[in-house]
Design a protein around this ligand. Sequence first.
Ligand code: NAP
Length: 284
Amino acid sequence: MNAPTVLVTGATGTVGSALIPALRARGATVRAMIRDPEREIAGVENVVADLQDPASVTAALNGVDAAFLNSPSAPDAAALQIQFADLAREAGVHRLVLLSQYAARTDSPVRFLRWHAEVEAHVRELGLDHTVLRPNLYLQALLGFAGTIAQGWFAAPIGDAAISAIDTRDIAESAAAVLTTAGHTGRTYTLTGPRAVTHAQIADALSTATGRTITFRDAPADQFTAALTGILPPWQLDGLVEDYAHYARGEAADVNTSVADLTGHPARDITDFARDYAAAFIPA
Ligand SMILES: NC(=O)c1ccc[n+]([C@@H]2O[C@H](COP(=O)([O-])OP(=O)(O)OC[C@H]3O[C@@H](n4cnc5c(N)ncnc54)[C@H](OP(=O)(O)O)[C@@H]3O)[C@@H](O)[C@H]2O)c1
């Protein structure tokens, strides 16, 4: 596809915000789909639309060659993504790149993985040029623990299980490659970091990068749940506990070369992430 016009959903989100410059670097024309007109993204066309509003999505899709589909995990995420994919086909979009998750499976005990698998199955049947990206846990999810990390610790119910967590900048650069080059039709890419790391190793990397002592504390699932009750809605908290149980069983530790194959550079390591984001983990 020569210099395509790409609609980026979730443009204000973790992956979407890194995808926009990555697409521009590859010469693509970007249309950023945003919900709030006050959060316009500089340097690209912006379109205000909401996945809950099909007419706005149809208008956003008008005239684009390719679309990147990403939405937050939510009980209605699968229905909204399926609706978006149908609208993309009706709008004549040539290529759809779907952000799913590592180990998405219809029979997974993790609800988020079942929801992603449902969307994947629908997209495969649509007859569109499509590609599925299945990233592992985002390293940038550690920013959610920045409050306690700044105090020298963080806790999660994962024990000493290793996980091949990935930097979202690598997901974005992989997505940009898939959206702008040929040879990805019908493919599913599992995207991982360059090695599987334990949370104790993550703590060591953060300690080195910040020059402070940061320790990881394993937390029983019920303690983790109690700490987040009232902060997260029940569906999200239950889903997060399912996610961590899956990680703790060692089911998210495989490493592959998809990021390097797609982008031409090795996936960023936890030490790279820790160095680049050190300031976020230091008390203000
Ligand atoms: N976090 C991880 O470790 C991880 C790992 C693998 C896969 N994933 C998958 O990544 C996806 C994104 O999750 P995330 O938490 O990182 O979110 P995110 O992409 O950082 O943020 C969600 C984006 O979706 C937009 N959005 C929310 N509701 C919308 C709606 N109704 N219509 C249009 N846009 C809407 C948000 O816009 P506003 O800014 O306006 O709210 C934001 O841009 C999920 O499917 C998740 O399963 C996450």
